[in-house]
Structures are given as structure tokens and as C-alpha cells.
Design a protein around this ligand. Structure first.
Ligand SMILES: Cc1cc2nc3c(=O)[nH]c(=O)nc-3n(C[C@H](O)[C@H](O)[C@H](O)COP(=O)(O)OP(=O)(O)OC[C@H]3O[C@@H](n4cnc5c(N)ncnc54)[C@H](O)[C@@H]3O)c2cc1C
Length: 397
């Protein structure tokens, strides 16, 4: 494989870099959210960046032009995403642009595409994903929220949990059981639900980094018009797997992780280096080994992302490859956060309120935020099972 850009890719990269240098305001650059994939798209100020992208036609790089996307080729998207990550640009309305919109393009009817896609592109309509339930996470197909047909509507009862952004969403992509008497995967349907409908209540959940990012959502006889069924009745599982494929194929950027690691190496240097004046201390030596390991690992993550892009550009669909990428990059993000905390020593525990905190408290915050990365979008155990069965051909137990 030739890792260099073709001349077309190189000139596109230059175009994206020049655009970012000129248009991305310094105060909109996000140090961590854009890299770590947690809390992405949740800063209301991201919308300023969305408007700038809209003028350039780059809000949705992967969407076809007929739906208002940029219609970029796979390799153009790859270059674009690398440069966005390097520049720490926000990813506004990420869930809707990255997961929900592409699912609507695949499974929605003409009226639904007409109704929803433009609101996603303009940032006026904010979406959340109502899949997980208290007893159904990894085994999502066991979900119990019920939707029962009644006249022109379905009536929804049940509960969702861990719903990112539900507290400020206009619509939810919801999975509910429409037939309880068939095998579990075959009785689920997908709906687009107006979050202001009577009977919906949203209760906040604060995560261990003290952020209110996700929520519990309760449905008490909520009426959803039949026109808001997405895809066919009882075939919602296939709509959901489309969304999950988009979710796994790379929210954490390997290039972003490399940039973050460089920053950590620089910021923690005063805590482990004696500047070489009297040779290296033991602490300095082990710190260098630890950083070298993490740098090698970020290069491996970058190679995995090249592999996925190269498959996609040949029209192949990455499946266990996307699971490897998700597994490796989310666990690596946690190792990088641990390396940061380790190398900063006691200072690594200081939050943003302390003037002595390295990177203005980001190390401590990153350490806590990263715990969720190996759970969101499918846990590491589930990704390992995909790799074992579909990649290595191991038998099911
Ligand atoms: C930051 C964050 C954001 C999220 N946002 C959303 C959202 O917007 N919408 C949404 O619907 N959900 C969201 N989720 C929920 C997420 O999809 C679930 O947490 C995830 O699927 C795991 O489900 P669970 O929490 O019920 O854990 P469980 O499925 O109960 O798993 C508990 C433990 O058991 C292990 N385990 C379970 N089954 C197996 C198995 N078969 N083999 C081996 N080990 C197993 C798991 O790996 C895990 O360690 C979010 C989660 C996080 C952390």
C-alpha cells in the first residue's frame, strides 16, 4: 500500500487546511471533545461552526449532494476528517449528521427525507438516539418499550436510558417492540418521535465527569403518527444495525489521539524530566518508554483507520474491521488518559479550578470522561465477540 496522498488528495488536503486556517475561529477549537468522541457536538456554540461549514457546503461530507451533502468520495472524507481532527474543529450536530441522517437516507421514505434532512443540515433540529433501556444494552434486541397501533397512531409506553442529548433534542430515533410474539429481532420497529409530544418526560443523569450529557426518557401513552414509522413495520432491527454500523466506523479519530498525546508529552515534561542536565532520572526514563509505547499505539490506530478507508474506497463494507477500530481506539484513548495522569503525578489530579493543573485540568477531566468510551456504541466485550466470530471464525459458545 502507498501511504502517500495522490496528487488529487494532496490538493484537496491543502484546500481543507487553508479553509480551516482561515475560517475556524481559535476560540471554537475544542481541545478534547473532538478527539475523544465523548460529549461531541454538545456545545451550543458549535452551531457557529456549522453555519461556516454550511457556507462552504461541507456540513455533511458523506451525504450525497442530492440531499444537501458534500458528496465527497471515501478518500476525500478520510482526508477531510483527518484535517478536522488535527485542527480540533468541533463536530456540530454530530449524532444527527453522522448517524441519524445517513440512516434516514438509507431507510426513510421520500416524505421523511423531505421533512427531516434539511433541519439536520441547518442545525435547527437536534436529534437523540433512543435505543438502550435499563435491561437492554448489549442485548439490545431484548428491548421492552412497546408501540401498539391505535387508529392513525402508535401508542408508546416504556423507558429509555443513557440517551445522549435528550434534554435538548427536538426528535428521537426510537426503537420499540411492535410484535411481542415473534423472535426478539423480528418484532422491533423504528420511529421518529417528536420530543415535545405529551407523555414524554426526560430525567437528567450526571456522568462521573460531572457532566449532564445523557438522560432517562419515559414514555407514558405517547401518540406517534403512523407516518413516523421509519422503514417497515417489525423490521426496525435492520434500521438500527445501519445506525450502529455508522456509529462504530469511527467517532474517535486516530489522528486526534496522536495530536493529544503530543500535547500531553509537552505539558507533563516538567514533572518527569530534569532537562537532561545531570542525565536522565529513572522517572524520566520510564516516562519516555511509556510515551514511546503510546506513540506506537497511535500509529497502529492510524493504520487501522487507513485499512477501513481503503476497504470503503474499494466498495467493501468494514464490519469486524470497524469493531477492531472501535475497540482499539477507545481502549487507547483510556491508556493515553492514564499516561497523562501518571506522568503529571499528583498534579494530574488537579481540576480546572487549580492554577497548578497541567493543561488547565484537562488531564483529570479526560481521565474521567474516557471511562464511557469503551461502553458507548457497544462495549469492548461485544466488539471482541464480533472480532472472534466474524474475524477469526471462532465458534459461538
Ligand atoms: C457516554 C455514553 C453515551 C451513550 N449514549 C447513548 C445514546 O445516546 N443512546 C442509547 O440508546 N444508548 C446510549 N448509550 C448506552 C450504550 O449503548 C450502552 O451503555 C451499551 O450498549 C452497554 O449496555 P449496558 O450499559 O446496558 O451494559 P450491559 O449490556 O448490561 O453490560 C454490562 C457488562 O456486561 C458485559 N456483557 C454484556 N453482554 C455480554 C456478552 N454477551 N458477552 C460478554 N460480555 C457481556 C458488557 O460488556 C459490560 O461490561 C451510551 C453509553 C455511554 C457510556
Amino acid at each position: 500500500m502507498d501511504f502517500r496522498d495522490t496528487s488529487d488528495e494532496a490538493s484537496f488536503r491543502k484546500e481543507v487546511r487553508e479553509f480551516l486556517a482561515k475560517e475556524l475561529p481559535a476560540d471554537l477549537r475544542q481541545p478534547d471533545e473532538a478527539v475523544l468522541g465523548v460529549g461531541v457536538g454538545e456545545d451550543p456554540r458549535d452551531m457557529e461552526w456549522l453555519k461556516i461549514l454550511a457556507k462552504r457546503g461541507w456540513v455533511a461530507p458523506a451525504w450525497p449532494k442530492e440531499y444537501g451533502g458534500a458528496g465527497m468520495s471515501v478518500m476525500q472524507q478520510f482526508v477531510y476528517n483527518e484535517e478536522i481532527a488535527r485542527a480540533r474543529a468541533p463536530r456540530p450536530n454530530y449524532l444527527a449528521i453522522g448517524l441519524i441522517g445517513p440512516t434516514i437516507i438509507v431507510h426513510g421514505n421520500d416524505a421523511q427525507k423531505q421533512e427531516y434532512l434539511s433541519g439536520i443540515l441547518s442545525g435547527e433540529v437536534y436529534w437523540c438516539q433512543g435505543f438502550s433501556e435499563p435491561e437492554s444494552g448489549s442485548d439490545l434486541a431484548s428491548l421492552q418499550t412497546r408501540a401498539v397501533a391505535d387508529g392513525d397512531d402508535f401508542v408508546i409506553n416504556g423507558q429509555k436510558i443513557w440517551t445522549t442529548g435528550a434534554h435538548r433534542s427536538d426528535r428521537m430515533m426510537l426503537l420499540a417492540r411492535t410484535d411481542p410474539d415473534v423472535p426478539k429481532h423480528k418484532g422491533i420497529s423504528c420511529f421518529t418521535v417528536d420530543m415535545r409530544a405529551p407523555g414524554i418526560s426526560v430525567r437528567p443523569l450526571t456522568n462521573m465527569a460531572d457532566m449532564h450529557s445523557f438522560n432517562e426518557v419515559f414514555f407514558d401513552n405517547v401518540r406517534v403518527p403512523k407516518k413516523d414509522l421509519m422503514g417497515e413495520l417489525n423490521r426496525g432491527w435492520y434500521v438500527a444495525t445501519t445506525t450502529l454500523d455508522f456509529e462504530r466506523s469511527g467517532i474517535i479519530s486516530a489522528i486526534g489521539l496522536e495530536e493529544l498525546l503530543k500535547e500531553i508529552a509537552q505539558a507533563t515534561r516538567p514533572f518527569w524530566s530534569n532537562d537532561g542536565s545531570a542525565g536522565l532520572t529513572t522517572r524520566g526514563t520510564t516516562a519516555r518508554y511509556e510515551l514511546a509505547d503510546r506513540f506506537l499505539e497511535t500509529r497502529i490506530a492510524i493504520m487501522f483507520s487507513y485499512r477501513i478507508a481503503s476497504m470503503q474506497s474499494k466498495g467493501l463494507i468494514p464490519n469486524m474491521e470497524a469493531s477492531i477500530m472501535k475497540l482499539y481506539s477507545s481502549e487507547l484513548a483510556q491508556r493515553i488518559a492514564r499516561t497523562g495522569a501518571h506522568l503529571a503525578g499528583l498534579h494530574g489530579q488537579l481540576g480546572s479550578e487549580s492554577p497548578h493543573a497541567p493543561l488547565m485540568g484537562r488531564i483529570e477531566r479526560m481521565y474521567r470522561i474516557q471511562i464511557g468510551a469503551t461502553l458507548a456504541g457497544g462495549t469492548s466485550e461485544i466488539q471482541r465477540t464480533v472480532v472472534a466470530q466474524r474475524g477469526l471464525g471462532l465458534p459461538r459458545e
